[in-house]
Design a binder for this molecule. Structure first.
Ligand code: DC
Length: 212
């Protein structure tokens, strides 16, 4: 079983993806972490994330140890990730890894959950279940601000909101694999839902599919 989950930054898709993977014994790949690792490589090299040659070299030689680096989750890294993600060659360089993961779940797993921006549209267009998770800008900014403050970072919601909107705009406007819902995706708006309710809705969609 392949579950494809897409949506904008801080929509809750990562939490939902992780919880679904655990419940249904599926392997989980956070594809944003691949773009973040490329972005982080460039930041550490003091290279410009817009530099297509440097970004492509980083994507081709991706250091998988970076996927566990605490700096991966920083806001600067997210911004750099969104910039490198707009470079078509970078996307091509990361495509095979994602498709292989989906095609060959690790031993004992019944399938995979991938989350990102283009999973249902480009990476796994034949996924068994597609979810598109959204939430209002205001709610996403509030959630992300709390997450950062809980980590001890001193951030203002206004700057988090501006950053999210900037990223959404870039992720949605790029010509290659923009953020968008696949035509056959189930839409789940989590603006008014807490995580347990959103998870229950997502589980119901998966179970409905499995019962078919
Ligand atoms: O999900 P995230 O915030 O960790 O993703 C970081 C950036 O990576 C995001 O702004 C856009 C990019 N991305 C992408 O273009 N395609 C994906 N499948 C996943 C992430």
């Amino acid at each position: 079983m392949i579950i494809a989950i897409d949506g904008p930054a801080a929509s809750g898709k990562g939490t939902l993806a992780r919880k679904l993977a655990e419940k249904f014994n599926l392997a989980y790949l956070d594809t944003g972490s691949l773009y973040r690792a490329v972005g982080l490589t460039l930041l550490r090299q003091k290279a410009d994330p817009k530099d297509p040659n440097a970004a492509l070299a980083a994507a081709r030689n991706l250091d998988h140890r970076l996927l566990n680096d605490p700096d991966l989750r920083k806001e600067d890294t997210g911004r750099a990730a969104s910039i490198v993600a707009a470079i078509p060659d970078v996307r091509t360089a990361l495509l095979a890894f994602q498709r292989d993961f989906a095609a060959k779940p690790p031993q004992g797993m019944a399938g995979v959950v991938l989350d990102g921006r283009d999973i249902g549209t480009v990476i796994c267009p034949d996924a068994d279940i597609k979810l598109f998770i959204s939430a209002s800008d205001e709610v996403r900014a509030r959630r992300r601000t709390k997450e950062l403050q809980d980590k001890g970072l001193n951030v203002a919601k206004e700057s988090v909101l501006a950053d999210l909107q900037d990223r959404d705009k870039r992720d949605s406007a790029r010509s290659d694999a923009p953020l968008k819902a696949a035509d056959d995706a189930h839409l789940l708006d989590t603006t008014e839902l807490d995580i347990e309710t959103a998870f229950a809705r997502a589980c119901a969609i998966v179970e409905q599919h499995a019962a078919r």
